[in-house]
Design a protein around this ligand. Sequence first.
Ligand code: SF4
Ligand SMILES: [Zn+2]
Length: 328
Amino acid sequence: MISERVEKPLASWRGKERYGNELLDCLTVIFKSAGCTWSKCRMCSYRHERYDSQSCEKLYHHLAAQLAWVKAEYKPEEYQMVKIFTSGSFFDPAEVPPEFLGDVATCFCGKLVIAETRPEFIDTDGIRTFIETLDNGTWEKPLYCAIGLETSNDSIREKCINKGFSYADFTAAASRAKSAGAGIKAYLLFKPLFLTEKESVDDMKQSIRDASVHAEMISMNPCSVQRRTELEFYWKRGAYRPPYLWSVLSLLRDAPVHITCDPLGGGQKRGPHNCGKCDYDLVKGIRDYSLNADRELINALLETPCECRNEWDYVLAHEAPFCMPLTR
Ligand code: SF4
Ligand SMILES: [Zn+2]
C-alpha cells in the first residue's frame, strides 16, 4: 500500500522471502526519512522521497510515528523477516537519527532484519549496538546489511551509475559488518546507462562471482526507468533500452549461487521486457524462481518459443558500445 500521510511509511507490505532453504513470511517497510545524502545516482528517483528541511527538525518524531503505525498494522507473529528501506541509507545518522535505530531494534527483536545502507554508514560499534537489542537468539545472524553495490566494476559504477563509492569501500564495509556479527546482502544493478546488452550481461556475470565472495545473499535488479532521473532523460531520447528478460533468465541460469530477482516493471516499456507477447509468463517465472530456486524452471522458461528470441540473439551479437571519455 502506498501512503501520502506523513504518519505512515512510504510503503509497507507482507510477502514471502527465501532464506537458505526456508521460505519466510516477510514484512517490507519503506520509511520516509531525511533522504539520501548522496542523491546523485543516475537511475534513482527514490532520493526525491524525503522530508523538507523544516520538518527534518522533527525527524525523530516523524519516524517514531511511522514505526508506531507499523506496530499497530502488522502483528509480530505474522512475519519472521523484516526488510527495511528508506529513501537512502538506514544507518546514515544524518538521515535516520540513531535514537530511532534503537526503537527499530526493540520493535523487531527476534526478527531477521535486512536493512539497506550505503557502505560508508556501516560502523562496527553502531551495528553491534543495533544487534545487541535486536538479537534474542533466534537467528545466527539477526541482521543483514544490504548494500547497493550495483556492480563489482569500479569504472561502470562510477561512469554509468555515479554511485560514489568503490568496490574496496564495499569489501571494507562488509568486513566491518561481519566483525559486528551482521551478514551482507548485495544488490546488483543489471544494465545501467551507457552499456550494451552484452556488456551488461558480462558485467553481471563477473559481479555475481565477485559479490558472492562477500555477500551471503545477492539480489539482482534489472534496471527500470524511474521518473525524474538522468536515465529517463536518455530513455526518452532513445538512448537507453531496459534489459531483455532473456538476459535476466540467462544470468539466473548461469549464476554460481542462487540469485533472487524481482523484475520491477517487468514486461512494461520502462522495465525489463521482451516483445510483449512472452513477457508475462517469463516475469512470473522469474519471481517464482526467486522463491523456489528451481533451475529447471529457468531452463524451461529459456525454451519458451517466441520470435523475439532471435532479436535478443542479434542484439547481443551486434549492439555496439558508445564511447565514454575517461577524462574531462
Ligand atoms: S541509489 Fe541509493 S545511494 Fe544512489 S541516490 Fe538513490 S538512494 Fe542514494
Ligand atoms: Zn517474445
